[in-house]
Design a protein around this ligand. Sequence first.
Ligand code: ATP
Ligand code: MG
Length: 567
Amino acid sequence: MNENKTSEDPRKSLNFIETFVEKDLAEGKNNGRIQTRFPPEPNGYLHIGHAKAICLDFGIAEHYNGICNLRFDDTNPVKEDVEYVDSITEDIRWLGFHWNEIYYASDYFGQLFDFAIRLIRQGHAYVDEQSAEEIAQQKGTPTQPGVESPYRNRPATENLDLFLRMQAGEFEEGSMTLRAKIDMASPNMHFRDPILYRIIREHPHHRTGTTWKVYPMYDFAHGQSDYFEGVTHSLCTLEFEVHRPLYDYYIDLLKEDDRYRPRQIEFNRLNLTYTVMSKRKLLELVKEGLVNGWDDPRMPTLCGYRRRGYTPQAIRNFVDKIGYTKYDGIVDVALLEHAIREDLNRTAPRVSAVLDPVKLILTNYPEGQTESMHAVNNPENPDAGSHTIAFARELYIEREDFLEDAPKKFFRMTPGQEVRLKNAYIVQCTGCKKNAAGEVEEIYAEYNPLTLSGMPDSNRKVKGTLHWVSVAHSLPAEVRLYDRLFLVENPSENKDGDFHELLNPNSLTRLTHCRVEAELLKAKPLDHFQFQRIGYFNLDPDSTDGKLIFNRTVSLKDTWSKLKDKL
Ligand code: ATP
Ligand code: MG
């Protein structure tokens, strides 16, 4: 099966994970079955890092005709919530992936509990009555062995009795744990009698309610859940590499025969510049009101990106481009923005919007006259069609596009100079009116009626083309500009420092006096547009008929940097 697939595969070369998978297939492992899973903990919203894992888990399954399940690793009821379960399924669907089944680690609580009892009976586990702090103090260091617990050598019957009573709710939270009895001197710290179960009595579980009073640790649940489910390739991030021997140890004790076992392969986590990716920190930003919820367009969450106008295709293209490696690093967010631009350039209709409007009056254009100008929706896509935009004597242009005393290379509006108005006439500026403070209030120009596309003078050499909207026909709008959430490239680098201090105080700018062309009245929430010469924008779902709100998805590469400094 893999042979066919690779020969048909248009992609460049295999990543190292695909190479492992193909080798396993070639060796006939697991009867040629490929099964992966995406295992989120429902304790937060998915972020772009998760997208990288999702693309791999689902991508490998799709590519090798296997299956990928969604499995919620819901072993900690204190932090988990159905709100997160719902958002996670929504975000995976949005990315365009389809799971085979939805499972929960909590589906296996019974099997895990039985396995724990088996370990106790076999002398591989014991109930420890020390506190978490005491246990931590006895861990030792990588070069120094740990200290054995005074409870380590209890008889199995006593351990069994205590463990059953832990589950019966007889003991306080924190008073006891079940620990594996492995090796307090192991060079791998994870083997130093890791905790298997802890008591959680005060928080009902989002699925099993109050059935359980003891909950398995993630390390005791993850590998076995893979095994129970039939996962063949358990793909995860590099920090789990050191956990792998422990997962293998449990599987060795659990497995019934040698025909099948999951194989864990680790890859590098995605880190992006100017943001944080830890769910704990993202939750803090939300809880402290430093952003407007999980779907704030400044967040690296998938729902935040969706609201901002990032597309699933662009995110998948980006993930494809950065690839999978065995070493951690940090990816420049500009690479993600590039992928967004590339995708929206193909798909977003071009419209006109003026973010910082100033009036332009065409003094020789008849009062009360209106023309419908022809505007191509997307020059990149001949099938995208066109729309019309109303032209009249009074227009708005971008304040930034006018200078009374312009330097030589200023090809925009300045007295005496001709510029083209996009999709309309060539006009020549004749002057302006200023208020007492010296601010430009109105700009004046004369239009040349023979310069519409197809007319005799339309091919005149004019260096600048400006966007505009009609005063009478345009709509008021709010436009939200987003800048980087943090001021520094790697806010997580400063481990002891407080990441709050590194937040960019100007990450959100609201422009409340913008004008957009009437075509945008048809826009539906989240629809994408290119505001000509400015950037890509989408309609925010909070918009109402009376109030249009647009989010800047990403700037246009070249023109934005100039404009932004002024806004
Ligand atoms: P945190 O450490 O912030 O709690 P997590 O890694 O524990 O995040 P999970 O919900 O357990 O979050 O993640 C589910 C899957 O997504 C795991 O397989 C994990 O390895 C992967 N994943 C999480 N963050 C990233 C990332 N930044 N890049 C790539 N994969 C990631
Ligand atoms: Mg995790």
